[in-house]
Ligand binder design. Sequence first.
Ligand SMILES: *Cc1c(COP(=O)(O)O)cnc(C)c1O
Length: 459
Amino acid sequence: MTIPTSAASTNDSTEQNSAQTSVDGRCTSAFSTTAIHAGYDTADNAEACNVPIYATAAFDMHTADHGDALAAGTVSGFSYSRVANPTTTVLERRLAALEGGAEAVAVGSGMAAVSYALLCAAEGGGRIIASSSLYGASVDAMLSFFPQFGIQADFVDDINDLEAVESLIRPETRAIFTESVANPSTEVADIPALSALAHRYGIAVIVDNTVPTPYLYRPIEHGADIVVHSTTKGITGHGNAIGGVIIDAGRFDWSQGRYPQFTMTEQVISDERNGKFYSFWDKFGFLAFIRRVRLKYVRTLGAVPSPFNSYLQLVGLETLAVRERQEVASATAIARHLSQHSRIERVNYAGLGNTGQASLVARDFPDGVGTILSFTPQGDESRVLRIIDAVHVFSYVPNIGDSRSLIVNPARITHREVSARYLRAAGVDDRLIRLSIGLEDTTDLIADLDQAIERAYQD
Ligand SMILES: *Cc1c(COP(=O)(O)O)cnc(C)c1O
């Protein structure tokens, strides 16, 4: 099966998304077919069945005329791998298709994706309304780093409390940012309600969709404007590469006053010799955001993925659906087992459907909320440390979404940069253990946890 698509330049305003998606960006094939085929044409790649790793910094521009046209973005093609690379382009098209987006930019890490997306929306003194219950480095960025660049955040403890969110909206508000499924609480966000509210004020919704992956949830179908991922996690799926992606739904109007960065003229996309000056909105319209991410953020800040890492992510994507199905089934069985365990005080897994979010989960996450869960054992933190020291199958690792099952104590490791007030809001304390469920046999995982818990309580 060949999905025809040419390797097009990323700064060509007439470029179309892969044939796998229709004009409005919706995915037209089922999930796994898209995950294996979208955005790649063997005919453009010496008939190579697997996407080749284009290990090259630059591309031959052939003639002076062609070089000029390439630099101006009036023809399709590649020139320099800090702006675009053919291996990475396939990954970008595939992820855009899977999320139902119009266009994507892959970057070197999930934090690059979060930072570039938030900065691109809020640059020049904007504010971001954000859930307090975010990945630790995202909280740290907004709380103590972005303010150094004149960008402020307004945090809300319950992102589904629409009155609280609305009360924080100001003229400078540029984005509402949340994770679709929070790590490690697994609380889910009501993206349709948040999007309806944000769009009434002309504000964009940016969603970190790392935990569910596009297999379990596609925020753009629920109203979000921009999706970011740490592709390090479920998308790559084997814990063997760091990566991130920003996906644009391609339907937000960036020209209506809140976002001056999209309507001011920019040298990089203008034609000074002919006296023609363009803004990102003039030149790219509804793709202004994602083109600005590439041409300003990736081009100048430079967190570009290596073609090899893009290749590993493409390989990972091919098995995303089967991995998620197996891991969600396993995570559900483990959550159920732990919630009946006499030593366990509390289990957080929205997928069990026994929380206050049951109806939201049933409506928006019919195939599950993801492959992580967290729990609180009885007693003090010493039990947590002993459980961690006693597991054999689980690896003690600050990661999620691996084919190996992982265990961690978030308060000391993944959320260490977060202060107590935000830890509490995220449901994290010293007694919390997070699990990321991999592909080992469920019975072995349960037996490993049981023996570790038993040993942790032998005095
Ligand atoms: C891991 C993670 C990130 C950061 O991704 P990196 O690839 O580690 O930079 C951001 N958001 C969430 C939800 C994550 O789990």
